[in-house]
Design a protein around this ligand. Sequence first.
Ligand SMILES: [Zn+2]
Length: 281
Amino acid sequence: MNKINSINRRKFLEIFGYGCCSLILPTCTTAPITERRQLSLLSENYINRQARALYENVKKKTVMSNDVATLSKIKQIGLKIENAVSWYFKSVDQKDPTANFRWEYILIENDKIINAWCMPGGKIAVYTGILKITKNDHGLANVMGHEIAHAVARHSIERASRSLLLNIGTSAADIFTKGAISRTSRAAGIDVAGMLRTFGIDNPFGRKQETEADYLGLIFSSLAGYDIRESVKIWERMAEEHKGQEPPEWMSTHPSSKKRIENLKKWVPEIILNYPPIKFS
Ligand SMILES: [Zn+2]
């Protein structure tokens, strides 16, 4: 039994884990096996509904910042990136993966957390802690472009599908198959942080997915009219912030700052040239 499992698992990884997701999303979704798995196990509607329930919980259980000016800036930047994403998929004659998104933005008051995320369906959170790293609109746009790219490329769905099929991460499987989020949301004392981790939001994606999100994020941010050279500076500031410390857990499966900065430096000039800011008439 074990032997069969391990063979299947390896075979599956060959098809799904390694064969899926080149830098541009549509390649991934048109890979027949991947598409079948995603569609049969986890519909986008279902995942987005779960994400919305979790997002509502986050709003209830965490402290929202009352920095109205920054939140409105986040929404402004977000709107430009939303438009850039839709424009991009139209321009390559692909179905807009964000067509069913219900975009929403929150700013969470927590100076210790240097993070931001975007849940499936376009539910975005920025923590006040990352503002000292992003520093300006362009920095913020680069971080948001990256996070939005994870959702656009449906990385959470990919990860959840993989967990289900490999029968690992059983708590994730539980959530995705039995609607535990909506159930627990009614219970008192809900552990939002734990649920975010289980849901795969406040948790590192794999290296390949991170690299993909970096690349797509640059494209979206550039199309939205932001200076993507700032992405390099963000990672330099991030490295400086963690100098002399053990990297935080979430960074350990991210590409190293050094590798990431190398990639970004390589991509930035080419993307600025090929994806200049969209001129909406
Ligand atoms: Zn990421």
